[in-house]
Write a protein that binds this ligand. Structure first.
Ligand code: AAL
Length: 398
């Protein structure tokens, strides 16, 4: 019997008998290490003396397997692109989808808009409230991944009154059985601070479209938070509700284990700041059929950090890049079942809104999927443009 269990049993007996003569206190760190019985190699790798004394940091290193190898670690750099993805004053192109390779041509989908952002509460219902307000989904092509040609609109905003009449943005693409499936964020006018954001889907037979929209959103926020008062303030709530009670964002569709896994970012009503920054988490909704219904996993949320979604298949499971917000930001995680993610590496920085190149070999090594892809960069709050990233194995310092 290990000491922790022994002490727990003993304290139960002591409480039950009403006497407290025997003390079972010891250093908690040493106790935890003892309970797990770590191999000598782990102590050696981590430079921790195996002498019964453990600092809190050494305890964490042992508990969290900080001796695991560097194969999940990588370093990412970004580069300017040529053609229509070179920075263009007055046009915002952002949130690139995955890149798909069809008959020797790369395709990418993204949010495109013009006009500066004026912000909320201007009194003008047509004023652009965010850089991603009044956007539509466009697509571009490239032969080499460096020089891109903008081709045109892939998904327009809906007719007035439709759930997507104000903005359609932040698309992702999945190629499946000869279909090209776009999922994207939607907002219905008026675009106020408290507006709920949903996810729409459009399906085409060719990468150029036409894309036919589903009549209803495929995913909506949880309906269980309660705003406080009528002021358009997202921080004033009576109750917050689930992790995704305000917005479902960054939809990313994967075909996995014969089902459709729709990964997404949840934003919560009354969002708080935590010790890792903004309260942002990811979830997944799963469907048997492409068109849905998408049922949110009972295990949601499936991360406690992150921002834009970036997921890829690896070794029978799903890997994900977790960046920007939360205590586990700047980590790469992997779930053997697509749901239960563990940290596999801590990286210095990861590209925002990363669009992965789906034709890359993701099985060769854990981070092969990040070899290159597209990201976006802010020039200012008004203007963003699409760039290339490359993540490579670490270089040793001199
Ligand atoms: C992002 C994404 C979503 C947000 C905004 C546009 O990069 O998380 O798409 O709504 O910012």
């Amino acid at each position: 019997m290990n000491k922790t269990l022994f002490c727990w049993l003993l304290s139960t007996l002591v409480i039950a008998s009403g006497s407290g003569i025997w003390s079972c206190q010891s250093h908690p760190a040493s106790e935890a290490a003892e309970a797990r019985n770590y191999p000598d190699e782990a102590y050696d790798f981590l430079a921790i003396p195996n002498n019964g004394n453990l600092s809190a940091a050494s305890q964490r290193a042992l508990e969290r397997d900080y001796n695991q190898g560097p194969e999940w670690f990588c370093q990412c750099e970004t580069y300017d692109l040529k053609g229509d993805f070179a920075y263009e004053e007055g046009v915002t192109r952002r949130d690139p989808s995955a890149v798909i390779l069809v008959d020797g041509t790369y395709y990418v989908y993204y949010s495109r808009t013009t006009g500066a952002t004026q912000g909320f509460h201007t009194g003008d219902p047509n004023a652009k409230v965010f850089p991603w307000d009044l956007t539509e989904v466009w697509y571009a092509t490239s032969k080499d991944g460096w020089e891109w040609k903008e081709q045109g609109r892939a998904v327009s905003r809906g007719e007035p009154g439709a759930f997507d009449d104000r903005s359609v943005f932040t698309p992702e693409v999945l190629m499946h059985e000869g279909k090209y499936i776009l999922v994207y964020q939607t907002v219905k006018a008026p675009y106020v601070v408290r507006v709920k954001n949903q996810v729409g889907m459009a399906i085409g037979d060719r990468p150029e479209g036409p894309f036919v929209k589903l009549a209803e959103p495929v995913l909506s926020p949880a309906n269980n938070g309660e705003w406080e008062g009528d002021e358009d303030d997202r921080f004033k709530v009576i109750s917050q509700g689930d992790f995704d009670s305000h917005k479902v964002h960054d939809p990313t569709l994967m075909y996995y284990r014969n089902k459709f896994y729709l990964y997404y970012k949840g934003e919560r009503m009354g969002e708080r700041m935590t010790f890792g920054g903004r309260e942002i988490r990811h979830g997944v909704a799963i469907a048997d059929q492409l068109e849905g219904p998408y049922i949110k996993s009972p295990y949601n949320p499936i991360t406690n950090s992150g921002h834009e979604l970036c997921v890829w298949p690896f070794d029978g499971g799903i890997a994900t890049l977790v960046i920007t917000d939360g205590p586990e930001r700047n980590t790469i995680q992997w779930a053997p079942d697509g749901i239960n993610f563990d940290i596999k590496s801590h990286i210095k920085w990861g590209p925002p809104a990363a669009g992965l190149v789906r034709s890359l070999d993701t099985e060769k090594n854990p981070v092969g999927a990040l070899n290159w892809g597209l990201t976006h960069q802010y020039v200012s709050y008004d203007w963003q443009y699409i760039r290339r990233f490359e993540c490579k194995p670490p270089k040793r310092p001199i």
